[in-house]
Design a protein around this ligand. Sequence first.
Ligand code: ACO
Length: 435
Amino acid sequence: MEAKGKVTLNYGPDKNLDLPTYGGSIGPDVFDIRALYGKTGMFTYDPGFMSTASCQSRITYIDGDKGVLLYRGYPIEQLAVHCDFLEVCYLLLNGELPKKAEKEKFDWTVTRHTMVHEQLARLFQGFRRDSHPMAVMVGVVGALSAFYHDSLDINNPEHREISAFRLIAKLPTIVAMAYKYNMGQPFIYPKNDLGYTANFMRMMFAVPAEDYVVNDVLVRALDRIFILHADHEQNASTSTVRLAGSSGANPFACIAAGIACLWGPAHGGANEAALQMLMDIERDGGVAKVGEFIKKAKDKNSGVKLMGFGHRVYKNYDPRAKLMQETTREVLDALGLHNDPLLKLAMALEKIALEDEYFVSRKLYPNVDFYSGIVQRALGIPTSMFTCIFSLARTAGWIAQWNEMISDPEQKIGRPRQLYVGPTQRDVVPIAKRI
Ligand code: ACO
């Protein structure tokens, strides 16, 4: 990479260090601090990586101030309208949208990997039926590396490719199995004449006594949810996947690590919380209580937040939230639920919040989670499965980011340092003499 300029760091009397700056194709420049410790004996301090670019990437770009999200340069609004999820997976993995024949081949290959090893199905029996499905997901996805040893050589591009196919193809099967196991229903095998998302819905909702009739509007809605969640730059779970992978760990283990991180309520669990909030307000009086709720959300001592509002990166309308609002209407119309009280409530909350000085001055706008819970609930997906759906979709981004990291010549094992504030060196007193 060629330096664009330099910044000069003054770190003491007559102590200056020039650090090269680099420009990306869009977005903020960076200055390169790799030489810092060697030259100054000092580290940088950045908990939460608020000002740290951990890698170069060509996959996803976010401009949080303008509300822009691009996958490989394409705006999310256009991808959501013109592409299906597997097209987006192809784009994330390969950098370009597929031509027709490439797309057919990609779909065919993914479809041929949808089944899981029969022994893996038996692994589920080891879990309690009432386990949280994300606990099952962490275990089962991690176990994939015990079943597919033939694709674990991370330095072999063919192995990496087949692992990517396996992960993208098998995640819907595993998510549906986690649901069926929890429900006490038999697993439904994939059916290869269905598309990716229709197949997933059938594995979720069909029972041996009654087949599942595919509703194209609902399939399209879920497919859009997958597209909107497919990647989101260097977020916590993606950084977890990269960090786990930086040691040379296999991709199945790395994706399991990503799933574990996504499970946290500050990351993947927010749509569940947003839906719960809407249901609570509805139970307490619905639209008439919106004003009262907003008042509480503005009061720091109440411990109440307007869930589904605000975002660490977006300080403008999350572009995914607009698309999700559109999808919510389509789904509720298709199901004859035009008067869904939760949608009315969500829209009333959104309207008031967008006009309220508290939310406006803090740049708090609806995020993708504000509406996605309503859609998933209407599709018949229980709240405990929301994060599993997220992990299914994000697997595409995780594996693309993992692949990019492995192919990066500048890649090194991730090894942050620290500001040590513990005791300085001291001697051990034998236990008999400790008072
Ligand atoms: N409701 C009420 N007040 C809020 C909210 C909210 N949802 N979000 C932020 N604020 C307030 C904060 O209290 C703070 O006020 P102050 O400046 O007077 O102290 C100010 O807005 C800035 O908030 P921060 O927490 O500093 O913003 P940050 O960028 O760190 O947090 C976060 C972003 C965690 C998403 C936050 O907005 C939040 O908790 N939102 C609700 C949960 C949610 O919807 N999360 C989903 C994120 S999207 C995703 O993960 C896919």
